[in-house]
Design a protein around this ligand. Sequence first.
Ligand SMILES: [Fe+2]
Length: 194
Amino acid sequence: MDSYITASAIKNLREKKGITQLQLAEQIGVSDKTVSKWETAKGLPDISLIEPLAKALGVSVMELMSGEYIVNRNISCNMLRSKFYMCPVCGNIIHSSGESLVSCCGITLPPLEAEECDADHAVTVEAVEDEHFITVYHPMEKDHFITFIAYVTGDRCQFVKLYPEGNAQTRLSLRGRGHLYICCNRHGLMKCKL
Ligand SMILES: [Fe+2]
């Protein structure tokens, strides 16, 4: 049976924190035998203990459930380190300026990995007044379409949502060096150098 927390998550986070089973047990008011059971998959912490357990391990509840520390070192917030996340259940698209732990519809979402644009997702850029007209040569059908276009520079992210039956086109201000991202609902995120 799938569980909301795994034995290895508790063990790994406790070891990273550098505390013993007894020290952890004392902090949350259980015995060290109980902690040992959790770490050997012979028992699960009661749901009411999840928050105190996360606190004792120095992580968020989400980190405890995923078993991983999320440390965003993007302190200066360089937007070029942007990550995009997409929920496979509801289609929600989330942008983060760096590493983060993102969850939607009860699922922890991995960041979308950007491939280089291929011939089936070719992009052209045409200067129009003080903006640029971006065209992606790609179908815009219900089951296969470009879901968003984004242009990310060091200090900003321009994001345009697209919809099936619409045009795979938009106008963007391309000031500053950056990355143009396009996301196909079937083929994933792609990145182009302009
Ligand atoms: Fe595609």
